[in-house]
Design a protein around this ligand. Sequence first.
Ligand SMILES: C[S@@+](CC[C@H](N)C(=O)[O-])C[C@H]1O[C@@H](n2cnc3c(N)ncnc32)[C@H](O)[C@@H]1O
Length: 338
Amino acid sequence: MSQWIGTSNQTYAPYAIEELRRLLPGASFTQLAAGEVFMMECPMEREEVLALIREREPIFLRHIQPVDRSMRVSGSAADLEGLSEMIRNARLMFMDKRTAVHIRRNVKSAFHYSASDTKALLDAVLEEWDAEPVVQQPEVVISIYAADDQLYVGFAPPADMLSDWPGGAVRFQREEGQVSRAKFKLLEAERTFGLQYSDYRSAVDIGAAPGGWTSLLLERGLRVTAIDPADMHPSLLSHPLLTHLKQNASDAKLPLQGFDLLVCDMSWSPMLMSRLVLDLKESLKEGADAIVTVKLMHRKPLQTIREVMERLSTAFHVRKAKQLFHNREEITLHLRKK
Ligand SMILES: C[S@@+](CC[C@H](N)C(=O)[O-])C[C@H]1O[C@@H](n2cnc3c(N)ncnc32)[C@H](O)[C@@H]1O
């Protein structure tokens, strides 16, 4: 038996649960924060659950933490003392290890302390026995979820939680003069899919305006052909590595095998997007990678995604499908040309 807390993007928890039900027969679910955070009880042990999740990672599951300990909260100072004591008693889990503390609160939780106050207190507890409190690249994460009247605490390496950010909420610093927020999606895709955009030479960006994705690829030193009938941001136009084809992508004439990366963020119907990407396949080198967003326009996202993947798999291997933290009504696919 094992207990877990799962998190998805807002309103997508029912789809994460549907995927988990298929993956883990016998699992049961209770909602902790509407449409977003849920408790899962599973007849299988932890390692077996993790192995299945690794093998077929659910698209809509952004973060998962085991529940190793739990305690009732009363809304008084005794909550913090109880939590410190619990961490002291669990010290064998992270003695000598680089340890990060992640805290999330349900808005209705009786646990009143802010994440920063709680973290400061627990960091002091960790230092009592030489565990090193860190933010970046921890070996172990103490992940705490404050539900209405319970604290749920789990200990695990970040890879077992699917993310090294609290609840999988990836935060990037907004930069001065940033062309669009969409840039964060492509940055998150790079990390989630284990890519390095600087490894590619030449990209085609379909639906590129105003140019957040294009600007990131240019920063990484790629030559970029941006296709969009709309205008690109003026700050990009004189870039020596950028070609803007100001037209509909279906009219674009592209060189054969000219690109080793295709990115597409068109906010279009998923079936039309698939057709367009398939029509451009001859312009991609063998083994080229593609990052495409899939709009979830109607009520059956899992079915839509299945149909899109089936279509695209005539020319591409689907490496991973994931709803990223920065995806709104969409998911992101990582494809590799066959
Ligand atoms: C969500 S925006 C893309 C944002 C972009 N990724 C960024 O980082 O700034 C979608 C774009 O797709 C473009 N688009 C829609 N249909 C298109 C088509 N058939 N061919 C080319 N561009 C298209 C729209 O003009 C719009 O600029």
